[in-house]
Design a binder for this molecule. Structure first.
Ligand SMILES: Cc1cc2nc3c(=O)[nH]c(=O)nc-3n(C[C@H](O)[C@H](O)[C@H](O)COP(=O)(O)OP(=O)(O)OC[C@H]3O[C@@H](n4cnc5c(N)ncnc54)[C@H](O)[C@@H]3O)c2cc1C
Length: 595
């Protein structure tokens, strides 16, 4: 089943859910107009469909190969990457002064979904480069910015993120990679990093590694980490490429999915130390790395949306062709799409895609408003909203990616379990997104411990008020197509509100109960907010219908399905969270007895 770009759905969500058209209309985005946004997103869709999507299956089969210290990407990857970069796609939201397009985050979120829908393994390389560009721009010295930013934005040099070590995954306190000061003001790195995405490859002229490491005498834990830039090839004074740096790829992993994306073991400092330059201040590396991590978290959430949508496209096409059993009309074998349970699966996939996409778009809009809103207070509130929504965008959307990809296999029946159909690849590829860029459980903890208390709890209260406002607007609209959407959405908002209060109390009195409920709480938040996103899209569709345009009218029904069949579990989740950590105790007796 060929990939179809969801450009039209993305544009509808940008406008109706994220309010992007309104932001442009208010002049917040400079001289950007909606027609330009439409052309860019549609053109991204064309490039992805024609050039990137054909790499997906071939890349899965061939994978990246490690030969004598060199990583060879699958056939076609290097050529498509070169054309993609030459067309300027690597710099969509990068600063114009360094050759980027300088476009808002929301345009980049839209394009990121399209690249990842076409081939997640391909799109991972620029995803990391984009994060590295952000960290370098925000915290790099003028000299580093001048040397590295333009070629990275042009896509000639790619970027990596080196956090993980064998003993340091979720817990970066345990990072051991060592940095030493050199006499010329630069540094030398020694150590090993694992799981480094595109740490070595043959698609670009140079690879710029951003590496977390520890200086001698640094405080223990993450407060003693510094961030360094260490290129594969050293750069000469005239900006040409010099000799190899003292770093190498020692091997690549054999993985469940994203076979075409090399996941590298990187070794620094075999021969006197890898030359490196500090980004930001000594021992303040995590703050600098967070710029990269936050960008990557929203992008990984978008991967979840992308792969779920791709799985949905494929399942829908199959369900129209495959005939089994009598349909409701009772004549002969019917296409399986006519069976109510298959419709349930397809609608669950579609509604989940649109809900998660809406949340990612709200997050992107908050980032744009944080940069461009008129008043300082609005910019600060938007920055807090982006911080609150980022863990939800990452974890809820990547869980959706997994669930939708698994449903996609189920719709295919036995053929879904057979590799040739491609449904299984989506399931294998999507699985990593809930693990990397911070495992989803860690994001749930971040949401509860760090984001709920933002602005004294005002940020989360505003979000709940937003969900209630949308439910009220649906009730006021009074369209039968919404069914019980307003009621279910109000119940979900109520469940979220009560649970949020409990969480804020537990943060003071009973940390373990807060941590035990964090993932369920994130799910509840995603369902309530996702329901509001779908309802907003439904309201926009109803407004169009009132003007005589019924082309989008299915969106109200989609919002109804999500509210009545999926978000309806919100009060149950609230009850599960309410029992706190108690049911886990004594955990050894419960989970340890039969192992
Ligand atoms: C294909 C792939 C690509 C990757 N790319 C990169 C990359 O480019 N750069 C990079 O630096 N890293 C990368 N990683 C590493 C990735 O970010 C880590 O695997 C991830 O952060 C989880 O760490 P871990 O594997 O050590 O799991 P662990 O930290 O061991 O976690 C295992 C489980 O325990 C849970 N857990 C851990 N600590 C806690 C806690 N305190 N409270 C509650 N639950 C907890 C986790 O949620 C998880 O479910 C990649 C990994 C893979 C597989």
């Amino acid at each position: 089943m060929p990939y179809r770009s969801p450009a039209a759905d993305i544009l509808f969500s940008l406008s109706a859910v994220a309010g992007f058209k309104g932001m442009i209309g208010q002049g917040l985005m400079g001289d950007l107009d909606w027609d330009a946004v439409t052309s860019i997103v549609e053109e991204a869709g064309r490039f992805a469909t024609e050039e990137i999507a054909p790499l997906n299956r071939a890349g899965d089969l061939a994978g990246a190969r490690f030969e004598n210290g060199v990583v060879r990407t699958a056939d076609g990857f290097a050529g498509v990457y070169k054309r993609w970069a030459e067309a300027g796609w690597n710099g969509v939201s990068a600063p114009a002064e360094f050759g980027g397009m300088g476009l808002p985050h929301l345009v980049n979120v839209a394009c990121t979904e399209i690249w990842n829908g076409a081939s997640m393994a391909f799109a991972l390389c620029p995803l990391l480069t984009e994060g590295a560009i952000g960290a370098l721009k925000a915290h790099g010295s003028r000299e580093l910015v001048d040397i590295y930013l333009a070629p990275m934005i042009a896509g000639k040099w790619t970027g990596t993120m080196n956090l993980t070590e064998p003993q340091a995954g979720s817990d970066l306190n345990a990072v051991r990679t060592r940095a030493e000061r050199a006499e010329d003001g630069s540094y030398r790195l020694f150590g090993q990093k694992i799981f480094i995405t595109y740490g070595e490859h043959d698609m670009a002229e140079n690879i710029v590694h951003l590496v977390l490491a520890r200086l001698p005498g640094a405080p223990p834990g993450t407060r003693g980490l510094s961030l360094f830039l260490s290129p594969k090839f050293l750069v000469n004074a005239d900006r040409s490429l010099g000799p190899r740096n003292d770093l190498r790829c020692a091997g690549i992993e054999h993985k469940l999915g994203i076979h075409a994306s090399p996941t590298c073991v990187m070794v620094y400092g075999d021969n006197g130390g890898a030359r490196a330059w500090i980004i930001g201040e000594e021992n303040r590396g995590l703050a600098a790395m967070f710029v990269m991590m936050n960008a990557a978290r929203l992008a990984v959430g978008t991967q979840g949306v992308a792969i779920a949508d791709r799985a949905y496209q494929q399942a829908l096409a199959y369900s129209r062709e495959r005939r089994q059993g009598r349909g409701p009309k009772g004549e002969g074998m019917a296409p399986i799409v006519e069976h109510a349970d298959v419709q349930r699966m397809l609608m669950t996939m579609k509604a989940s895609v649109h809900a998660a996409r809406g949340i990612c778009h709200l997050t992107g809009a908050a980032l744009d408003l944080a940069a461009h809103a008129g008043a300082e207070s609005e910019r600060a509130a938007a920055a807090d909203r982006a911080a609150l929504l980022t863990p939800i965008a990452k974890a809820f959307s990547t869980d959706i990616g997994d669930e939708a990809a698994s449903l996609g296999v189920q719709v295919h029946g036995g053929m879904g379990y057979v590799e040739e159909t491609g449904a299984a690849q989506h399931m294998r590829d999507s699985r990593i997104a809930a693990i990397y860029e911070g495992a989803n459980g860690i994001h749930a903890i971040d949401l509860v411990q760090r984001k709920l208390p933002l602005a004294g709890g005002e940020t989360v209260r505003r979000e709940i008020a937003f969900i209630r406002e949308v439910a009220g607007a649906v009730r006021e609209r009074g369209s039968a197509r919404f069914g019980l959407t307003a009621d279910r959405l109000s119940e979900a908002a109520g469940a979220l509100e009560g649970t949020t209060r409990a969480m804020l109390d537990w943060l003071r009195t009973d940390q373990n109960s807060a941590l035990a409920g964090a993932s369920l709480y994130l799910r509840l938040f995603g369902l309530a907010l996702g329901g509001a996103c779908l309802a907003k899209a439904g309201l926009a569709a109803e407004a169009l219908a009132a003007e005589g345009d019924e082309s989008e009218i299915g969106r109200a029904g989609l919002a109804r399905f999500f509210a009545e069949k999926l978000a309806v579990v919100a009060p149950g989740l609230a009850r599960a969270i309410a029992s706190g950590g108690a049911p886990l105790e004594p955990y050894e007796a419960i989970i340890g007895s039969s192992a």
